[in-house]
Design a protein around this ligand. Structure first.
Ligand code: FES
Ligand SMILES: [Fe+2]
Length: 350
């Protein structure tokens, strides 16, 4: 195989696998991530299990016709069973014992309506962090995430292109038509997390509105963002490689409630539609850039870009390389910086 471009190499970390609502107890789902065929299933206990997909007997794919038996999955071909907990062979229906073969297992973490999977580029690294908890997911002031706030698309650009947006403050004016280049309140690398916190102004028909965004990127797969000042919004943007060319881009969007139903309406729905349009839909403001961009190594970053994008790129290396150099420590956000209040009525400019 030709050498994989650095920017497309997989990084160790937590990645979005699917939404909890997509897999009921006893359900089975075929998946393909990191160049491997996988099977997810929810055991009778309610726990999610993630295994390599191919039965070790004669290679059938357990995600296509497999059935849940307790915490094991039964192969559709000759009905051998495999444990979701450790991958061991747990039953051969026409033999009075099991064989010592097992399937590869993958660690999962289910929280906030999302099932995450752990990927280790070396195969044996233990997690050094957990995916971020979403405060809004249990807040009754927000609509439930699933199904309306769950949006996804397959993309072919390297995942890091999209995540560099976390550090790219000035593109908010040029690509997203903010009224100004936002002011960076603080941010940078902090161990396995990279964060930014900035304040800017977004045009609406009633004039410019002050907005503050917090972004917390964990590893190369997941960023938790919180928007203050417009319609209250929190989002997990997640990109999981299928292979070195293709990825699944998933947006999990929590929007502030406007009524007692579970379906976002009005301005709340408009936020979801707009996020989808810009990042996921072909031709969207962000998407059209990422779809056609190339990666410039040692890009000539100027001014503050060195502290933001440059620091992000330096930080991102830790997930792909042994002994990657440490980027400079993050600048703290002033503790007393207020969050702007959401206006009760406004009309988006576009
Ligand atoms: S291939 Fe799975 S039981 Fe035979
Ligand atoms: Fe963007």
């Amino acid at each position: 195989m030709a050498e994989v471009e650095m920017i497309r190499q997989y990084g160790t970390g937590w990645y979005h696998a699917f939404w909890s609502g997509e897999l009921q107890a006893g359900g089975v789902m075929p998946l393909r991530y990191f160049g491997r065929d996988l099977v997810a299933f929810r055991g009778e206990s309610g726990d999610v299990h993630l295994l390599d997909a191919h039965c070790q007997h004669m290679g059938a794919h357990l995600g296509h016709g497999g059935e849940v038996r307790g915490e094991s999955i039964m192969c559709p071909f000759h009905n051998w069973e495999w444990s979701g907990i450790d991958g061991a062979n747990t039953k051969i229906p026409y033999l009075d014992r099991c064989i010592k073969k097992s399937l590869g297992t993958h660690r999962t973490q289910e929280q906030d309506g999302i099932v995450y999977m752990w990927f280790s580029r070396k195969g044996d690294e233990e997690p050094t962090y957990l995916p971020p908890r979403v405060a809004e997911s249990e807040d009754p002031a927000f609509y439930p995430l699933y199904p309306h706030g769950a949006q996804r698309a397959n993309v072919t650009f390297p995942p890091q292109f999209a995540f560099e947006n976390v550090a790219d403050i000035s593109h908010l004016r040029t690509v997203h038509k903010w009224a100004d280049v936002p002011l960076l309140n603080g941010g940078g690398a902090d161990g396995d997390m990279f964060f930014t916190d900035f304040t800017g102004h977004v045009p609406t028909r009633e004039g410019d509105v002050k907005v503050r965004i917090e972004n917390y990127q964990w590893g190369l797969g997941v960023v938790y963002s919180r928007l203050h000042g417009l319609h209250p919004t929190a989002q997990i943007s997640a990109i999981t490689p299928i292979d070195h060319e293709t990825s699944v881009y998933s947006l999990s969007i929590w929007v502030g409630r406007l009524d007692d139903t579970d379906e976002p309406k009005g301005r709340a729905k408009a936020v979801i539609d707009e996020q989808r349009k810009q990042a996921l839909n072909a031709g969207g403001n962000d998407r059209i850039i990422w779809d056609n961009q190339i990666y410039i190594e040692n890009a000539p970053l100027v001014g503050d870009e060195r502290k933001t994008i440059g620091a992000f790129r330096a930080w991102a290396r830790r997930f792909r390389e042994d002994n990657a150099p440490q980027p400079p420590k993050a600048a703290p956000v002033p503790a007393d910086l207020p969050f702007p209040e959401s206006p009760t009525t406004y009309t988006p400019a576009s």
